[in-house]
Design a protein around this ligand. Structure first.
Ligand SMILES: [Zn+2]
Length: 362
């Protein structure tokens, strides 16, 4: 009796699991809609199931409300040591286009790495670490109802003398913390927290980046809105040692973006093209030695702002995808020069040709 009960429940389980996976076949997931946190978590499971040879999931922290913060690690197995590319979306809850972009990015690289030589090369040399929604508590809250749709911060409580909830995660990192473009009022949208890394979400990212700092080549953090590519630093008096190169790479990305649908992105440091700020994850990444660190501010320039209509999800993601690829291609070529192997082959061929030529003359 017990065994038959067990067998029935096992079969039922299998059927239910299969159904869950079947319901989320790649073609079935709608990338032109915004999705709830639960749907995005299901999507993450689906990507692991459907691409189990190249996708795994890593949980690297917990939010204030005890949700597991997870990323998808995407890359082909290799005997050679690999480098890392970081991408996070949804650090600010209301910027719904950002998580939509992370999902689009993952779908595109997984759908093309077997047929597109450039993407294939990327996945051989690099592992992508993509967090679709970093500020999960805030994201869930922004889906609650119309009154919470524009929530930006985390959901941690204020202090004894300040009753508002939430810290601006992108002011909470240990990078010139509290210096410019922040507020000490916990009710402000840009409250930087009672101390650096007061937020477990910022702590989780900090731990991950610090542990892997020598291997991470590129840090991309996706926001909206404004159509900007921002480089470090947010503080007006501090500049990155490779600012000229960052600017060059950023401008090339903006060109790649414009080539898709003609949309113009502006490139620069926050004080030059937006406003000064401090305590951002982008600045922290550059500060600990990750050479290429950029913030993307996706569409638009304020017409719809954070409530970007769903019919703009696809074009926004298509163009930003080319921008991200432009940066990652530069980083890949710089660290894994293709010239080396090609040059050896070219030299060998010219020797063979010279020998043949000399024989021919004689
Ligand atoms: Zn933002």
């Amino acid at each position: 009796m017990l065994w038959s009960g067990l067998a029935v429940s096992l079969i039922l389980n299998l059927v239910t699991n299969n159904r869950a996976v079947e319901g989320l076949e790649p073609g079935a997931y709608d990338y032109t809609k915004y999705h709830t946190m639960d749907e995005i978590l299901e999507w993450m499971k689906m990507m692991q199931n459907n691409y189990s040879d190249v996708v795994t999931s890593i949980t690297y922290g917990k939010t204030y409300e005890k949700r597991n913060i997870s990323l998808l690690k995407i890359g082909q197995k290799s005997n050679e040591p690999k480098k890392m590319i970081w991408m996070d979306c949804g650090i600010h809850a209301r910027e719904w286009i950002a998580p939509a972009f992370c999902q689009h990015f993952v779908k595109e690289i997984l759908g093309s790495y077997k047929t597109d030589q450039k993407i294939g090369e990327m996945l051989k040399r690099l592992d992508f670490y993509v967090t679709p929604v970093l500020n999960m508590d805030g994201y869930v809250y922004s889906w609650k109802d119309n009154t919470t749709r524009l929530w930006r911060k985390t959901r941690s409580p204020g202090t004894a003398d300040c009753m508002c909830n939430g810290t601006d995660l992108n002011r909470n990192f240990y990078a010139n913390w509290g210096m410019v473009g922040i507020s000490r009022n916990c009710c402000s949208e840009i409250y930087n927290g009672h101390s650096p890394l007061s937020e477990p979400e910022a702590m989780a990212v900090t731990d991950f980046l610090s542990t892997n700092r020598d291997n991470i080549l590129c840090f991309l953090t996706i926001h909206s809105y404004g159509q900007l590519i921002l480089l470090p630093y947010g503080h007006p008096n501090i500049s990155a040692p490779n600012e000229v190169e960052l600017m060059k790479v950023g401008l090339a990305a903006a060109e790649a973006i414009k080539a898709v649908h003609g949309v113009a992105y502006t490139v620069g440091t926050p004080p030059n093209v937006l406003y000064p700020n401090s305590g951002s994850s982008r600045d922290f990444a550059r500060l600990i030695g990750i050479p290429f660190s950029f913030t993307f501010e996706l569409r638009d320039k304020g017409e719809y702002g954070f409530k970007l209509p769903e019919d703009q999800i696809q074009p926004t993601c298509e163009e930003a995808y080319q921008g991200a690829l432009s940066i990652i291609t530069y980083v890949l070529d710089k660290n894994f020069p293709r010239g080396a192997a090609t040059n050896v082959a070219a030299t060998l061929w010219s020797v063979v040709f010279a020998v043949w030529l000399s024989t021919a003359i004689v």
